[in-house]
Each structure stands twice: as C-alpha cells, then as structure tokens.
Design a protein around this ligand. Structure first.
Ligand SMILES: *Cc1c(COP(=O)(O)O)cnc(C)c1O
Length: 224
C-alpha cells in the first residue's frame, strides 16, 4: 500500500474533522464517501484496509467489475453518476445508495428492481438544463414519486456546486432545497454535497455525505 494514499486520506480526514468542529457539528454526522472512479480495484482494497467503508463510482461499466472483485470487503457502494434507466437493475446488484436520481422514469426503473435502495435526488444548480439533476422547481414532485415506492428510501438531496458560483452560496441553496423536500418527506434529512475542493463549505451548510475523490485517491492514473 502506498504511504501517499494513507497520508492523503489522513489529511482529508483531519480537514473534515476540523470543518465539523468549526461548524459545531459532530464528526459522526458526516459520512465520507471516497469516489474511486478512474482507479483500480486494488486501490479500493487499500482504502478498505485504511478503514474506508463507503466508496462511490460514477460509471456502471467501470464500477461493476471492481465491485465483483471486492465482494469480500465490508463496503457500501454509492452510485454518484448519471444513470440510464436500463442500467438500474444492474447497478442495484452492487450499489445500495443511488445519489443521482433526477427523473420519474429512473424512479420507476429503480422501484422495479424490488430491492431496498436508498436514493438521493440530484438537483441541477446550473442554468444549463442539459446538466444532470432535476430542476429545483421539479424537486418536490420527484420526491413524491419516490415516496410512492416502499422499496425506495428517500435519503435527501444531492448536488454539485456549479463552476462560477461561490460553493458556500451554492450549498446554502442546497440546504434550502433540502428543507423544501422535508416538507413532504420529513425523514429525508440527508444532504450529499462537497467534493475535494469544497467539502469544508458543504459541511458548513449541513452536508451529511461528502463525495471526495482526487484529494484522497490522487490524480487519475495515466493510461497505457
Ligand atoms: C468525481 C466525482 C466526485 C469527486 O470529485 P473530486 O473533485 O475528485 O473530489 C464527486 N461527485 C461526483 C458526482 C463525481 O463524479
């Protein structure tokens, strides 16, 4: 195992603890998901040895073979990328949490899997409707669709801070949208927000699930 990996993980972990302290929040309120896209199964095994229990992937084609190699580890797999409805069943074979639910057809597809799944509703914070995520105006209706299906547990909202907006301001908007969802789903209290460059701001605005990649995994390996 590389000491660099252990050091980067320790540095992020202490920065997360410090951001929690500054925000007067218990460290236990925040789940650190290590996003391992671009990296091999061996790196995930090294992370597990360091104590990591939550990992995130954004592409089914990459995630499925890694998950198949690591079934002996006590990991929770989080799917954080855009998800086509026709891949819902295959992704649910290994992922227990889907962070990128953004439309009715995907809710229907995930419900058809008939396996308990936790879901976050991804909100699009940009002005570009082509980006992943439901428009804020459609968020409550989408939450109501999820609530119709007993196999789906609505955990809360997920967002990526847009380029060109202060992350703290973007995450303040996410907190308001979380409050809105809670008017129809009072137990959907979780907020998936914060990446390598902005997790302290996300913690300050109430994030409960951080999705951190490069700050822990290092840069994307150079291909052959
Ligand atoms: C890659 C990715 C992350 C992690 O990003 P880093 O900047 O590497 O921390 C978080 N969320 C999603 C949806 C991603 O695709």
């Amino acid at each position: 195992m590389t000491t660099e990996l252990a050091e980067r993980y320790a540095r992020v972990e202490s920065a997360v603890a410090e951001a929690c302290r500054v925000a007067s929040r218990p460290r236990g309120d925040v789940t650190l998901i290590v996003v391992t896209k671009f990296h091999p199964a061996s790196l995930i095994r090294d992370l597990a040895a360091l104590g990591v229990r939550d990992v995130g992937e954004n592409r089914h084609q990459d995630a499925a073979p890694k998950a198949a190699l690591l079934t002996d580890l006590p990991l929770t797999w989080h799917f954080v990328g855009q998800l086509q409805s026709n891949k819902a069943r295959a992704v649910a074979e290994y992922a227990r949490v889907i962070h990128s639910v953004d439309r009715d057809s995907l809710v229907t597809a995930l419900a058809r899997v008939e396996r308990p799944l936790d879901v976050f509703l991804e909100v699009n914070l940009t002005d570009d409707p082509g980006r992943g995520g439901v428009e804020p105006s459609g968020l409550v209706a989408l939450a109501e669709r999820v609530l119709e299906h007993p196999s789906l547990t609505l955990r809360g909202v997920m967002a990526v801070a847009p380029v060109g907006e202060q992350p703290r301001a973007a995450f303040a908007r996410v907190r308001e949208l979380s409050n809105l969802v809670r008017t129809v789903a009072p137990t959907a209290t979780d907020i998936s927000a914060g990446m390598s460059g902005d997790f302290a701001e996300a913690i300050a605005e109430g994030a409960t699930h951080l999705r951190i990649g490069a700050a822990i995994t290092g840069n994307r390996p150079v291909g052959p």
